[in-house]
Write a new protein. Structure first.
Length: 95
């Protein structure tokens, strides 16, 4: 019984710590898309839970773009989903 309580408390603490770092990243980082590497496969769009990314069509063709940057929590889900390494998190002042 004590083990269950300890494990539960550890999970709660880990969740809180993760959320604190996510909030910190949200304020300091933003998603960046390297359009030269993006193939338009939409894996990152499907992985994003906050509707930050969208497929757009312009004079260059179809590609992924940032539609709602204010929704980004810098969780890295889209970055990890991209097998072409077209996405990265950067400091808001870099680009």
């Amino acid at each position: 019984m004590k083990i269950i309580i300890v494990v539960s408390l550890l999970l709660i603490v880990l969740f809180i710590v993760k959320e604190v770092f996510r909030k910190k990243n949200q304020n300091n980082k933003i998603i960046y898309i390297d359009q030269d590497k993006c193939t338009g496969c939409k894996v990152c769009i499907k992985k994003c839970r906050r509707d930050v990314l969208a497929m757009i069509k312009d004079e260059k063709g179809h590609h992924v773009d940032i539609q709602n940057p204010q929704n980004c929590t810098a969780c890295n889900d889209c970055v990890h989903a991209c097998k072409f390494q077209a996405l990265s998190l950067i400091k808001r002042t870099e680009k």
